[in-house]
Design a protein around this ligand. Structure first.
Ligand code: SAH
Length: 360
């Protein structure tokens, strides 16, 4: 794994919109404000999604000024949006706050996908990533920093505002490794599913991980109802090591044990992600090996043709091969789907839009 470089020039002030309702209540109590103020302010932030303190009309000006002196109100600004003519998929680039203060040319990426069952948003959990997966564009520049809860919430609030429709599903599958930003991700899940906030059901939230086992075991004990998706991508450690550096320190066996622990604690069916790369992990033998790993488990396999990035020579498996792989799993009674491609006219692999913006 790569080391984390903390930005020295980053403002360390806390964001008011990263505080849970309980934390906000406690802070206002310490400021000797009446308890109902917490409810009002939380509502402005997490239901009405204001972008400045001035918009909190029923909060006295003096209190707004006091809060503003102590806390940032973190707002993401839309830099660019690409819209698919085919299925309404929208890819957003947002400025992170220090973009303005220090001219760090960094942005984050989020994607809106429109399904019959509702609007789903794929959010980033970090600025960059240090996992180094060889097929992924998000990790090419390493990790810049973790995203705060407010910055994860903002991706959803700003998209909801942009389209004027409710978001009902969230996948934490954008740039970053959620288990590498554990505390902020768990806090985000609590806040986005808070009945006093957007109140999105935890059952409609998916967290995807490359399989960091220690935080996964901790996650199993959090008493959450989210779906855990595992980026497996290979049926054995030898192949996995050629795709994912994390496989040098964590075995598939350990990853599956941690996923089983999550299932046993929560009863939530595990999703396994399998990006299909031509001549690397798409043979019949690989399918059979995968069957052996997952047989009898309450799980679901998502087959995804790898989205090639120019820096690496990974090629997607051909469609007939993917279908054949799916048939083998099905014959062995493993739930499997081939991931439908969304927004193919604005197609860019995970993190490519952000990367091309940085290069500009
Ligand atoms: N770090 C987390 C979440 C972000 S990546 C994880 O590893 O799960 C989200 C998913 O997209 C992962 O399954 C990842 O392996 C996959 N992915 C990344 N780049 C891809 C590409 N070029 N083609 C196909 N899948 C990709």
């Amino acid at each position: 794994m790569y080391p984390v470089f903390e930005r020295k020039d980053r403002m360390k002030q806390i964001s008011i919109n990263s505080l849970t309702k309980e934390e906000l209540t406690q802070q206002l109590k310490e400021m000797q404000e009446p308890a109902f103020r917490a409810g009002q302010i939380y509502d402005w932030l997490h239901v009405k999604h204001v972008s400045s303190y001035d918009q909190m009309l029923n909060v006295p000006k003096q209190l707004r000024e006091k809060l503003a002196a102590q806390y940032n109100l973190t707002v993401l600004k839309q830099v660019e949006v690409l819209c698919s003519e085919i299925d309404g998929t929208r890819k957003y680039l947002f400025q992170i706050p220090e973009y303005e203060t220090t001219l760090v040319n960094n942005v984050i990426e989020s994607v809106l996908m429109k399904y019959k069952h509702g609007n789903s948003v794929c959010i980033s959990s970090q600025v960059g990533c240090r996992m180094g997966c060889l097929f992924c564009a998000s990790t090419l520049g390493g990790l810049e920093r973790n995203l705060e809860p407010a910055e994860m919430l903002e991706q959803i609030y700003r998209i909801q505002e942009d389209i004027g429709e409710r978001i009902s599903n969230i996948v934490i599958m954008g740039t970053g490794e959620p288990m590498d930003n554990y505390d902020n991700v768990v806090k985000f899940i609590h806040m986005i599913s808070d009945k006093d906030g957007l109140n999105i059901s935890q059952r409609n939230i998916t967290v995807s991980t490359c399989g960091l086992i220690e935080p996964m075991h901790r996650f199993a004990k959090e008493d959450l109802q989210v779906t855990l998706a595992i980026s497996l991508h290979a049926p054995n450690d030898t192949i996995r090591k050629t795709m994912m550096p994390v496989a040098n320190s964590i075995t598939i066996r350990e990853v599956i044990e941690a996923a089983d622990a999550y299932y046993n604690e929560t009863g939530r069916r595990i999703s396994y992600e399998y990006s299909m790369v031509k001549d690397v992990n798409d043979s019949d033998a690989c399918a059979m090996e995968l069957v052996k790993l997952l047989r009898g488990k309450n799980c679901h396999v998502n087959l995804i043709p790898v989205n090639p990035i120019e820096e690496r020579n990974f090629t997607a498996s051909v469609a007939s091969n993917i279908q054949n792989f799916k048939n083998i799993l099905e014959k062995n009674r493993i739930n499997v789907t081939i991931r439908r491609e969304m927004g193919s006219d604005i197609n860019a692999a995970c993190g490519q839009l952000r990367k091309s913006h940085a290069e500009k």
